[in-house]
Write a new protein. Sequence first.
Length: 180
Amino acid sequence: MQSQDSFKVIQKFLRRIRFFWQNIFLIGVLIFAVTFYHQLQTHTVLKPIPYLMILNWISFIVAMTLAIYIFILKRKYFNFRFYNTILKGLLAQSTDLTESQLARQFTRQMEKKMKLVWWLALALILVGVIYYWVSFDDRNLHVYFVVGLYSLAINYPRRDLLNKVPYLIEELYPETGESK
């Protein structure tokens, strides 16, 4: 019976966190759209900057670092084994938690991790936008936008990402069917 409470907590969390994700997604698209509109309307020419090649490499290194870091975070934090570890750790810290309280604490920790991935994806888009405004070179603008948007899209807070959490929580409590 208590797994229904933790299931509701997870569903409520997903509804709330999706709103945040949509805002990050919208900010990224709007920033790109304004920049792309400027590029289309003004027919910009590449600025003659002596350090353009260095700036291009710096933006590439930053973008690759962000993309790899997003990939590492996704593999580390968005998997069943990590969920089990974090739930056991939370229960070990405070053994008097109910199943719904444990689910709430779990969602608080996961929220931070999810938001970090989304902020990094937005930063990836911003790297391309900033590089464009400094140099008027639109090649990186489009590539970094696609990679950042893809990173946001694959890290959408889906229901199946956290579906097994209520069952993990239920397994952590005694077989009597009662939780504290």
